[in-house]
Write a new protein. Structure first.
Lengths: 547, 212
């Protein structure tokens, strides 16, 4: 299997094998383009979507520049094995949150730098289910994708090999296996498995994008539990190590610390001409035959709106008021249970065991769609947030916190529905570049609320069955998708099934913002698979976006 | 209250002999530097002298530090974040940006204290301070001096908890070994421990059972 992967993506073999984590020579010798070189493609954002696109197209011989607003990370010197010290991994430029149920951003869902949010994601990479692609047709809620699961299936399998993913055979959705065996289970996972078994709920180990055994020059996981703080081991997959090295080796340029401020437009033809960006305090412009935006669900709509021009007065691609709409987060209530035994949930990958038994619509319930349950293993600061959410402070807070080693913690991902009013617009406030910041409004619908309650009950039941004598829950959110969704036409979305914008023929969007629905799955794998599919279609078409 | 050597295991005393900093030689250099710099943060740059006193007293209440002092410089750690503009990456629409929100709410605490106890918040005794803080929490999402009390509560507890639980003295109290690179863990699983971890001496000290 490894040989097959290496032939199409050599990233893991381009990393050093001497105990350090970064191939500095590859970065130093990287091909560099001038601003006046009209490259074939400029990509905005080096996260899950942008990095896969860069790697695929560079391999196909395209001249590619990928810009990122943040740094080109070196895990050895830039990352620490510590919660508070990892603050710089998150996008913390000013943003305003609003609505009936405002969604915190930053550490919760927003990454910064090459690798994007996958640098600090938990590494969980389930596929979407086939039912996720037609929820409107089949369940009367949400939206239908322009293509079905079968279209994405080969890309799921390809990316699972490239990350690579470890887990047991997966019985849900489209049943499938994983390239690596499941990792050993920590105390938190043991209790989940035991509680689920007593209730007759099927639970499985995996899928985590952490190599089990060496993979290329990437070493084995050491189970230190700091997956959300950036993997200093190079064991957990992020595009920084899974796609960027191969992209560089095939002539792509990654230009870090470059904040894109607007897309350049030829007012006569309406086509994109490149991107305006700021680097080292200087305003610059990279010419390109084609532009792909991959800034994720908040920054992608913001960039489109900030790219308004006389030809596109309401923002780019916004003729039908679709930009920034239908953003989704997953309801992610987190329920913890107390055991006299020591759980010490900070060891092993935080999400490790899960069940997708409650994923699809159950006709016996009064809500549509469903939720997944996974282990989550908060470290002390996030655990304090869980305890404080119960209203504890002062002595009670410290008492609960001193009890940390006795708690197991589960989290749900509830499929919140895409709603037009859940959207990004521009605020009056501006950032350090003088650009209006994003205002993100979110409100739950009744179906969302019903899912939260149902998911909490299942988690309480599992923990109680495992022997917990107290359960406590915090209501929170996880992930982001939508905001520039795929649709069949410009009245219902921003891009078509190939990720090409309806409005500008040589402008693409290849990140999580194109997803029309989200299922109850962590989105990283699907974002990568959608980008890989878009890349294939670009490669088989003509450059310049007219293929 | 804020400086000085870390206290001996507090009255909870659950992990006798456990001291995270003793493991520091096993950490990678970058992480060790980060943790060490946290133990002695710089002098305040953001809060005024009066605000420092109020913020120190508030953090003391929220984190039970006067009663059971871990020697963690919480106020200084909050000040450093605000001075550097290190926010969480969002603000509620009905709140000012974090720095201004801290200044405003510290002033409101003082005005509540003067109204109820005719003294600055920092000069009230612990019981009086606790009553003022409890009153803010009890408002839930209702208005407190023109701000939604729940969002104020979230701001205070987020910054205070992030500071305390970033500190090795707090990890000692909870049996958490802190940084784990490059060593990692070899003994995961229920009731499994590494050689450097200490068993909870009072495993039945369940905060809930305590209150029953």
């Amino acid at each position: 299997m490894s040989a097959g992967v290496r032939a199409r993506n050599e990233s893991a073999w381009l990393l050093p094998n001497d105990g350090t984590r970064t191939n500095h020579r590859l970065r130093r010798d990287m091909r560099r383009f001038g601003d006046d070189d009209q490259v074939d493609l400029v990509i905005v954002g080096c996260g899950a979507g942008g990095s896969v696109l860069a790697q695929r197209l560079a391999r196909a011989g395209w001249r590619v520049v990928a810009l990122d607003a943040g740094p080109f990370w070196d895990p050895d010197t830039d990352w620490v094995s510590d919660e508070a010290g990892s603050h710089h991994l998150y996008w913390t430029d000013p943003r305003v949150i609003a609505g009936a149920d405002p969604v915190p951003l930053g550490s919760n869902n927003s990454g910064r730098g090459v690798g994007g949010s996958m640098v600090h994601y938990a590494g969980y990479t389930p596929r979407f289910h086939p039912s996720d692609f037609s929820t409107l047709r089949d369940d009367g809620v949400g939206a239908d994708w322009p293509f079905g699961y079968q279209e994405l299936r080969p890309y799921y399998a390809a990316i699972e090999q490239e990350l690579p993913v470890a887990g047991e055979h997966w019985p849900w959705g489209d049943p499938h296996g994983y390239p690596h065996r499941p990792h050993p289970v920590g105390g938190n996972g043991e209790l989940f498995l035991s509680g689920a078994e007593k209730l007759g709920i099927e639970a499985r180990v995996g899928p985590v994008a952490i190599a089990n055994g060496r993979f290329g020059n990437r070493p084995h996981c050491i189970y230190r539990g700091f997956c959300l703080q950036g993997c200093k081991v190079n064991a957990k997959a992020s595009p920084l190590i899974t796609h960027i090295p191969d992209a560089l080796a095939h002539g792509a340029e990654v230009r870090a610390d470059a904040m894109v401020t607007r897309v350049g437009i030829d007012e006569r033809t309406g086509r994109a001409t490149g991107v305006h960006y700021v680097r080292d305090g200087a305003s610059r412009f990279q010419r390109a035959a084609m532009v792909a935006i991959a800034g994720y669900s908040i920054e992608t709509p913001r960039l489109l709106l900030n790219s308004a021009s006389p030809r596109y007065p309401d923002g780019l691609c916004n003729e039908f008021d679709q930009v920034g709409r239908y953003i989704m987060v997953q309801g992610a209530p987190q329920t913890a249970g107390r055991f006299d035994a020591e759980v010490r949930m900070y060891k092993a990958p935080p999400p490790e065991v899960s069940t997708e038994e409650f994923y699809e619509t159950d006709p016996a319930k009064d809500y549509k769609r469903g939720f997944a349950v996974q282990t989550v293993s908060p470290l002390p600061i996030t655990w304090a947030e869980h305890v404080a959410a119960q209203g504890h402070w002062g002595r009670a807070l410290r008492d609960y916190m001193s009890d940390y080693v006795h708690w197991a913690c589960l989290g749900s991902l509830c499929e919140f529905l895409p709603l037009a009013g859940n959207r990004v617009t521009l605020a009056d406030e501006t950032d350090c570049y003088g650009l209006p910041v994003a205002r993100f409004a979110y409100s739950q619908c009744d179906n969302d609320k019903a899912l939260l309650t149902a998911a909490q009950h299942v988690m309480e039941d599992i923990l109680t069955a495992a022997g917990a004598d107290e359960v406590i829950t915090i209501k929170r959110y996880a992930h982001l998708v939508g905001g520039a969704r795929m649709a069949k036409d410009a009245r219902h979305g921003v891009v078509d099934g190939r990720c090409r914008t309806f409005a500008v023929p040589n402008l693409y969007i290849t990140d999580g913002s194109v997803l029309p629905t989200q299922g109850s799955a962590n989105p990283a794998l699907t974002i990568m698979a959608v980008a890989a599919r878009a890349a294939d279609q670009l490669i088989s078409g003509a450059r310049g976006g007219d293929g | 209250m804020t400086q000085g050597p870390p206290a001996a295991p507090g009255p909870r005393g659950r992990f006798p002999g456990f001291a995270v900093m003793r493991q520091a030689p096993h950490w990678d250099e970058v992480t060790a530097l980060t943790i060490r710099s946290r133990i002695a943060p710089p002098a305040p740059r953001f809060f005024t002298a009066a605000e420092q006193a109020t913020a120190r007293a508030l953090a003391g209440q929220l984190l039970d530090q006067p009663h059971d002092d871990l020697g963690v410089p919480v106020m200084e750690m909050i000040d450093a974040r605000l001075a550097d503009g290190q926010t969480d990456g969002w603000r509620q629409e009905d709140m000012p940006e974090d720095g201004q929100a801290w200044r405003d709410t510290l002033a409101h605490l003082d005005s509540d204290a003067k109204e109820r106890f005719s003294a600055a918040f920092a000069d009230c005794d612990g019981r009086e301070q606790a009553a003022i803080v409890q009153a803010v929490q009890d408002l839930g999402s209702r208005d407190w001096h023109g701000l939604p009390a729940g969002h104020v509560w979230s701001l205070w507890t987020r910054y205070a908890c992030t500071a305390l639980y970033a500190h090795p003295a707090a990890w000692d109290e909870m049996g958490f070994p802190g940084p784990a690179y490059p060593r990692g863990y070899k003994n995961a699983g229920v009731d499994a421990r590494e050689p450097f971890e200490v068993r909870d001496a009072r495993p039945a000290l369940d905060p809930v059972r305590e209150r029953r």
